[in-house]
Design a protein around this ligand. Structure first.
Ligand code: ZN
Ligand code: ZN
Length: 266
């Protein structure tokens, strides 16, 4: 069963649609989304087929979607909404303002090589067990979806890291207020101390709980963008160094190497 990966929005002068990108690559568009009222001749393939289906079935009247509808791909959805052919990976944006493609690639606007964006989906334990399977020693495999390369994250590793977090930010110096999810657990974001983007430099898998630190949203932004990043990375590295080495993940250049991964040149 498909579940939500990330909330997405697509808006332009004549349309405004919200929805979610699903784990099977399809896109759910919410009821009451506003589609462009007219379609252009350039609208072809999936976008046209699905748009015409919505119009003919009466689900789309006057450009307003009367119930939630799942499109077969992000591009079909974006094209049907805009009434032109559109690339869904470029047009849909996440809440943080990334394109869907950037999000799936594990990138952000500010720091395209280094950043991971946390999934905001509260995922069902059972699905995680069956869908992602076990954590292995094998490094992540680069995947391509709709022409965009990305490394799939092991959700089970993240889940274990979250359970081990004790519902507090991993930085002992953190003084930021925390809040609870609707599930009752503290909201934290999973951050790979050694970024997934450099996983090919290691013969062991770095997408493991030992390399995942759970940070409050403020500390997470700060470690990627703040002037205090060096201190934060150094504190976390001290704490995780031994556990990482036990998993055959050794930084021969030590802290300096790790800081370089964050773009901090020493
Ligand atoms: Zn991060
Ligand atoms: Zn914090």
């Amino acid at each position: 069963m498909a579940y939500k990966i990330v909330s997405i929005v697509f808006h332009g002068k004549h349309f405004y649609a919200t929805g979610e990108y699903l784990s099977d690559g399809k896109v759910l568009i919410y009821k009451n989304s506003q589609f462009a009222k007219t379609i252009h001749d350039s609208l072809i393939s999936g976008g046209r087929t699905e748009r015409l289906y919505l119009e003919n079935s009466g689900l789309l009247k006057n450009g307003i979607l009367s119930q939630d509808y799942t499109f077969s791909s992000s591009s079909s959805a974006a094209s049907a909404i805009a009434g032109h052919n559109r690339n869904g990976l470029l047009e849909f944006k996440t809440i943080e303002g990334l394109t869907l493609g950037e999000y799936l690639n594990g990138l952000t606007k500010e720091d395209k090589d280094k950043e991971e964006v946390p999934s905001e989906a509260d995922k069902d334990d059972e699905i995680i067990e069956t869908y992602y399977g076990e954590i292995t020693d094998v490094p992540p495999e680069e995947k391509t979806r709709d022409g965009v390369k990305f490394y799939p994250r092991n959700e089970k590793a993240k889940k274990i890291a979250m359970m081990q977090s004790g519902d507090v930010c991993a930085l002992p110096t953190c003084k930021h207020p925390l809040f609870k999810r609707r599930s009752g657990r503290t909201y934290l974001e999973a951050h790979h101390l050694i970024p997934i983007s450099v996983c090919k430099e290691f013969s062991s898998n770095i997408d493991i709980p030992e390399n995942i630190v759970c940070l409050c949203p403020s500390c997470h932004r700060e470690i990627h963008h703040g002037e205090e990043a060096e201190r934060m990375i150094s504190e976390l590295y001290d704490e995780r160094k031994e556990a990482l080495e036990k998993k055959n993940i050794k930084l021969n250049g030590g802290l300096k190497q790790l800081l370089n991964y964050y773009g901090i040149k020493k």
